[in-house]
Ligand binder design. Structure first.
Ligand code: ASP
Length: 580
C-alpha cells in the first residue's frame, strides 16, 4: 500500500495469522482492562482490534494510555487468532487481532462534540462538525452509494453515445418555477448573473448545435423555501436528445435505473415500468406522484350522492372516499379530521363498520340505500370522505392515504415501485397572479391534438411531459420540447410574456429555434432524491456531503456570510438591511 500501512484495517482475515502488519486509522474505541488495552481501529476498509500488552510492549502500552476516540494511530504487530471466547462473528475481522509491538499517535483529537455511535444527535451539531458526522456508518454508506450511482449513470449514458458537456453556472435566469440566485457582476456594475435553475435552455441549444445526445451531471440552484425533502442546490442527471420519441427516452432511462439498482444495491428492477396518465394517478391516488406500494385507492361517489339528503354531499362538486381496513375509534377519527382540516377540508365525514358489519356514523341516517350500497365499508373497516372541489378532495384524500399507509404499516418497505406518470396538464392557473403558468416549463410542447388549440382551452391542454416516480418520490421529469419559433411564441403569449420580454429574456432561444432546430426532448433526474430512495434514507440532506440546513445556512462555514464593505463598493451595491 503506502509507507503508512500495508493492509486495510477491515481486510484482516485468519489467513494473515502469523504475518507482521502495519495498519493506520482512527480510534473507534479504546478499552483499558487494567493490564491489556484494546483499541478498535477504523479506516475506510473497516475495523480491526489492536491488543496492547504491557509486558510485551511497554512503550506501546504507555502510548495507548493517552489515546482517545478519533485519535489517528499507526500500529505494527503480528496478526494472531483471537481466543475462541473473544471471536466476534459480527465483524469481518472478528477472528483475529493485532498483537501490537509499536504504536504511534499520528494525530490527536480534541474532545468530541458528539460520539460517533451516539444516536439522535441534533442535526445542526452534525452539520457543524460534518467531517465527524461523515465518518459515521450511515453517511459513509450514503455518500459512497451516491458515488457508485453517479459512476453507473455515467457509464450507461456514455455507452448509449451521450456526450458529457458542461454548461455555464453564471448565466441568465432559467424558468423552472423557483426564485433565482443572483450573482452581481463587478465588471458590469448594476448587472447580475443568475445561477441556473437547470441547464434547460443550454441543453436545447446544444442539441440544436448538433450534439444530438447530451448529458451532464449538473448542479441546479433554486431559491426555494426549504422542507425536509428540498434543498436549494440540487444535482441532476440532465439529458437532451435530438429526434427522440417518448419511447426512446423511457427505454434509456429505464435501462439507467435498472443498472443503478442492480450495480449499487443488487436489486433486480423489472422494466419496462408501468405508466399512468396524470388523470388516472390523480383519480386513483389523489397525487401526481403516487406511492403504489399499497392500496387504499380513492373512489368516486359523486354520481351516487347527487341529490343526497346529506347536504354536504349534495352540494359538493365532488364526493370521494377511501376505505381503510381498520375500525377507527372516535378519538382516532377526531385526530384524522384535524389533519384533514390542516390540508384544507372543512370536515371529515366517515362510516365505520364494526366486526358485525353494523355501520356507525352520524351521517348514515341521511344516506339512501343506493348511496350506502356504493360506499358501505366492509366489516371491520372505515370509509373516510372528502366532499369539495376535485382538487381539494385529491389533496385531502391523497395525503390521508399516505399518512394511513405509513401509520398502519401497509407499505411494503422492501419493494421498489417505479412508474411513469404522463400526459400532464400543460398549464396551471395562478390564482394570485390571475394568469396561467407552465406546469413543467414554457418550452414543453403540447400533445399533437392540442397544438392548434391549447390557447383556446389552456386548463384542459395536455403536454408531452412525463415524470418518473419511485416509491412515491418524483425522481425524474422531462418533456418533448417546442422546436418551432411560432409555437414557442404562442406559448409565451399565453403565459403573458410580452413580445418585448420574450426578446429580452429568451431572444437567443427564439433565434436559435429559427435557425434549423431539430425536434428534441429530454429529461432530468434529481440525484439527491434518487439516492434517498436507493438508500432508503428519509432525510434528503443525508445524501449530500455538505448540505445547508433548512434555513439555507451552512452551520460549518457560516455561509451565507456578510461581505466586506470594499467588496460591496466594488460591486456598486449598497445594502438596505441592517448589519448584525
Ligand atoms: N429542466 C427540467 C427540470 O429541471 C427537466 C427537463 O425538462 O429536462 O425539471
Amino acid at each position: 500500500m503506502t509507507a503508512w500501512r500495508d493492509i486495510g484495517c477491515g481486510e484482516l482475515r485468519p489467513e494473515h495469522v502469523g504475518s507482521q502488519v502495519t495498519v493506520a486509522g482512527w480510534t473507534a474505541r479504546r478499552r483499558d482492562h487494567g493490564g491489556l488495552v484494546f483499541v478498535d481501529l477504523r479506516d475506510s476498509s473497516g475495523l480491526c482490534q489492536l491488543v496492547i500488552n504491557p509486558e510485551q510492549a511497554p512503550e506501546a502500552h504507555a502510548a495507548a494510555h493517552d489515546v482517545r476516540n478519533e485519535f489517528v494511530l499507526q500500529a505494527t504487530g503480528a496478526v494472531v487468532r483471537r481466543a475462541p471466547e473473544a471471536v466476534n462473528p459480527n465483524l469481518p475481522t472478528g477472528d483475529v487481532e493485532i498483537q501490537v509491538e509499536k504504536l504511534r499517535t499520528v494525530s490527536r483529537s480534541t474532545p468530541l462534540p458528539f460520539q460517533l455511535d451516539e444516536e439522535n444527535v441534533d442535526e445542526t451539531l452534525r452539520l457543524r462538525y460534518r467531517w465527524l458526522d461523515l465518518r459515521r456508518p450511515k453517511l459513509q454508506r450514503n455518500i459512497r452509494l451516491r458515488g457508485r450511482m453517479v459512476g453507473t449513470i455515467r457509464r450507461v449514458m456514455e455507452e448509449a453515445g451521450f456526450v458529457d458537456i458542461q454548461t455555464p453556472i453564471l448565466w441568465k435566469p432559467t424558468p423552472e418555477g423557483a426564485r433565482d440566485f443572483l450573482v452581481p457582476s463587478r465588471l458590469q456594475p448594476g448587472r447580475f448573473y443568475a445561477l441556473p435553475q437547470s441547464p434547460q435552455i443550454a441543453k436545447q441549444l446544444l442539441v440544436i448545435a448538433n450534439f444530438e445526445r447530451y448529458y451532464q451531471i449538473a448542479i441546479c440552484f433554486r431559491d426555494e423555501d426549504l422542507r425536509a425533502d428540498r434543498v436549494q442546490e440540487i444535482t441532476q442527471l440532465d439529458v437532451e436528445t435530438a429526434f427522440p420519441d417518448v419511447e426512446f427516452i423511457y427505454a434509456l432511462m429505464e435501462r439507467m435505473v435498472q443498472a443503478v439498482w442492480s450495480e449499487c444495491i443488487g436489486v433486480d428492477v423489472e422494466i419496462p415500468f408501468p405508466r399512468l396518465t396524470f388523470a388516472e394517478a390523480d383519480a386513483r391516488f389523489g397525487s401526481d406522484k403516487p406511492d403504489t406500494r399499497f392500496g387504499l385507492e380513492l373512489q368516486d361517489a359523486t354520481d351516487a350522492t347527487r341529490g343526497s339528503e346529506f347536504g354536504v354531499f349534495a352540494n359538493a362538486e365532488t364526493v370521494r372516499f377511501i376505505t381503510v381496513p381498520r375500525e377507527f375509534s372516535r378519538a382516532q377519527l377526531q385526530g384524522l379530521e384535524e389533519l384533514a382540516k390542516e390540508w384544507g377540508a372543512k370536515g371529515l365525514a366517515y362510516l365505520v363498520a364494526g366486526e358485525d358489519g353494523e355501520v356507525r356514523s352520524p351521517i348514515a341516517k341521511f344516506l339512501s340505500d343506493r348511496e350506502l350500497e356504493r360506499v358501505r365499508p366492509p366489516a371491520g373497516s372505515t370509509v373516510l370522505f372528502a366532499a369539495d372541489t376535485w382538487e381539494l378532495t385529491s389533496r385531502v384524500l391523497g395525503a390521508l392515504r399516505l399518512k394511513l399507509g405509513e401509520e398502519l404499516g401497509l407499505i411494503d418497505e422492501s419493494r421498489f415501485d417505479f412508474l411513469w406518470v404522463e400526459d400532464f396538464p400543460m398549464f396551471e392557473w395562478d390564482e394570485q397572479e390571475q394568469r396561467w403558468n407552465a406546469r413543467h416549463h414554457p418550452f414543453t410542447r403540447p400533445a399533437p391534438e392540442w397544438e392548434e388549440r391549447f390557447d383556446q382551452d389552456p386548463g384542459q391542454a395536455i403536454a408531452v411531459a412525463y415524470d418518473l416516480i419511485a416509491n412515491g418520490n418524483e425522481i425524474g421529469g422531462g418533456s418533448l420540447r417546442i422546436h418551432e419559433p411560432e409555437l414557442q411564441a404562442r406559448v409565451f403569449d399565453l403565459l403573458q410574456i410580452t413580445p418585448e420580454q420574450q426578446r429580452l429574456k429568451f431572444g437567443f432561444l427564439l433565434d436559435a429555434l429559427a435557425m434549423g432546430a431539430p425536434p428534441h426532448g429530454g429529461i432530468a433526474f434529481g440525484l439527491d432524491r434518487m439516492v434517498m430512495v436507493l438508500a432508503g434514507e428519509p432525510n434528503l440532506r443525508d445524501t449530500i456531503a455538505f448540505p445547508k440546513n433548512q434555513a439555507g445556512v451552512d452551520p460549518m462555514t457560516g455561509a451565507p456570510s456578510e461581505a466586506p464593505q470594499e467588496q460591496l463598493d466594488e460591486l456598486g451595491i449598497s445594502l438596505n438591511v441592517p448589519r448584525d
